[in-house]
Design a protein around this ligand. Sequence first.
Ligand SMILES: Nc1ncnc2c1ncn2[C@@H]1O[C@H](COP(=O)(O)OP(=O)(O)O)[C@@H](O)[C@H]1O
Ligand SMILES: [Mg+2]
Length: 290
Amino acid sequence: MRIEVKDLRFSYGGTKKRKTEKYALDGVSLTIEEGEFFGIIGQTGSGKSTFVQHLNGLIPLKEGMGEIKVGNYDLSDKRVNLKELRSKVGMVFQYPEYQLFAETVEEDVAFGVKNFFPEKSAEEIKDVVKTAIELVGLDYPALKDKSPFELSGGQKRRVAIAGVIASRPEVLVLDEPAAGLDPQGKKDFLELLERLHKDFVRTVVIVSHDMDLVAEYCDGAAVFKDGKIIKRGTTEEVFADRECIFKSGLDLPVVEYLKEKLAEKGEKIACGTKISEFLDAVTQRWGGKT
Ligand SMILES: Nc1ncnc2c1ncn2[C@@H]1O[C@H](COP(=O)(O)OP(=O)(O)O)[C@@H](O)[C@H]1O
Ligand SMILES: [Mg+2]
């Protein structure tokens, strides 16, 4: 499903805002194509979370405050089927492990599916849950009857994701997905997301302030600043705009930093923002030489 947002405005103070009150979103227009792995970046308070919560109607779109279309769902239409939309746009919040609540892993993962598809039989639900738990790389027979609270941090996060993907969403939105994970946990988790994007969910949107993560995994990105988007493009285009990155209080990903340092020494390397692309370009340039 294509995501198309036009001139979206939102204020936590309601529409009758005082003159001094700031818009959390101040005229945001953004299109994310179906199939993209898209990054939303920007400093704390720039409006990233407020924006993504609009995508499945968690924050309702107010009249006269812009347009949001997700696939065929028009969120400005009062008759839009929000329940159906939410089954198609899965949302994983920061520290998703705090969303776990059921007595067993199986019940926890089943919760969303039962809610979205009440017509499904117990057998069908069991099947869907098993598939989702296996998709996130967990051992179904070993974990299904355990309490989610007995699991490790990484496992909890996977269970939370399983609960969202069990409904087979077409779009998966994750707000700061790697926050609080150790480096290995983060790498494993991102590889899982990459795999899910390849085989299971068409479009992935992540909010992150980790530029290395965005450079490595995202195709495109948008930079938020003070409730506005100040840049949108491929990750390569976004990070090439140094002025925009520094103006937004962001850092360069390590690959861009190395390219810059090499350029200062007169060695210009043209490549994308992923580490593998950088290594390819470097070995092509200096490979075989000592
Ligand atoms: N629940 C809330 N009530 C009032 N103001 C909020 C609330 N959540 C966020 N804000 C304000 O809205 C702006 C955007 O916040 P947010 O979308 O959370 O930014 P980000 O996710 O980029 O850190 C900030 O000024 C923030 O203080
Ligand atoms: Mg946020």
